[in-house]
Design a protein around this ligand. Structure first.
Ligand code: ZN
Length: 338
């Protein structure tokens, strides 16, 4: 009896201690958990938005598309992340036409969907290549979404390949989704920053978000916002921005202050900035305002990097990027001339 009581006490003591430990551990984890929960709810929100809003614009080429298509490795990354999005789409949001709706948000219009016995074919006529004709099939991210979604749906591992692409000279983008027979290999990428900047120049004419809906655009950029990739992509976008400024100059559009300001405003819209203004007395800074929806720290870093590169090239000044989180949860960034 005594022994039992003693043991009971001991167990209670241990339980108390472990509860204490768990609490302490929870406390330590809290900031991380809170950030994760916030990221999760943002992602959820983006998913719902992308699925529920009607979207009719045609896909051109977004900032992320240029990054993702840069080389084989980044194309592979786009596919893998698209796959995760596709899986999540089926698991958490599946209803009638979920995949079609998501692809509509991607700017793919009303897709043609043909389920055959051994494969599924999806075709989109809506993509607008803005007169670009490269040899690159640009839609690994979307191929990933299709593969992830249909794998969950059929409970078999499927893979998707874009067999025709508007950007590679076809009349449509077409995907074949089937069981994997060989190791999937990503195609060739853009490969050099000069070509990438020429593509970006053309893409600027396609307007905001590369023709995708805003929430889809933000979902697509999420993996680029995470370390260690964020660091690399930031540098790349800075160089890209600088190159674009050089191209604008060559085209004679940056001769005067008004031309520079107009080119900067165009690029800002493309990079998801809500409003641009000059700041300071001289003025000595460009102020970028981001909408609440676009205000994820990682996205702000990428977007402002592209613009800092442009400003560096156009104004021939060193740029300091100062990021400020406003009380209402949106970001303002100042590109200060040093
Ligand atoms: Zn395509």
């Amino acid at each position: 009896m005594n022994m039992q009581a003693g043991r009971k006490k001991k167990i209670e003591k241990t339980a108390k201690a472990s509860k204490k430990q768990t609490r302490a551990a929870k406390k330590r984890e809290q900031p991380h958990a809170a950030a994760e929960a916030a990221a999760q709810s943002r992602e959820d929100f983006l998913f719902r938005n992308a699925l529920n809003k009607r979207h009719e614009a045609r896909r051109t080429l977004g900032m992320q598309d240029i990054i993702y298509n840069f080389e084989k490795e980044t194309k592979e990354l786009a596919y893998r992340y698209g796959y995760e999005i596709g899986e999540a789409l089926f698991k958490h949001f599946n209803s009638d036409n979920t995949l079609s709706k998501m692809l509509e948000s991607a700017g793919f219009g009303k897709i043609l969907y043909y389920p055959f016995e051994s494969k599924t074919m999806i075709t989109s006529y809506a993509v607008d290549n803005l007169g670009m004709n490269s040899s690159i099939k640009m839609h690994d991210f979307e191929a990933g979404i299709m593969a992830g979604y249909l794998s969950q749906h059929s409970k078999t591992r499927l893979d998707a390949e874009e067999v025709h692409c508007k950007f590679a000279g076809s009349e449509f983008c077409q995907f074949v989704i089937s069981q994997r027979t060989a190791v999937r290999e990503a195609g060739e990428g853009i490969g050099d920053i000069d070509t990438a900047s020429m593509m970006a120049m053309k893409a600027l004419k396609g307007g905001k978000y590369g023709g995708a809906c805003e929430s889809y655009y933000l979902l697509e950029s999420a993996p680029l916002e995470r370390e260690p990739l964020r660091h690399i992509v930031r540098k790349m976008l800075f160089v890209l921005g600088k190159k674009i400024s050089g191209k604008e100059e060559e085209a004679g559009r940056e001769g005067n202050a008004a031309g520079k300001a107009a080119a900067f405003a165009r690029l800002s819209g493309y990079a998801g900035v809500d409003a641009v203004s000059m700041a300071g007395k001289k003025p000595n800074a460009l102020r970028l305002r981001y909408s609440h929806l676009n205000s994820a720290s990682g996205f702000i870093d990428l977007s402002s990097s592209l613009l800092a590169g442009f400003a560096n090239g156009a104004y021939k000044r060193k740029i300091k990027v100062v990021k400020r989180l406003n009380a209402n949860g949106s970001y303002t960034v100042e590109l200060q001339f040093l």
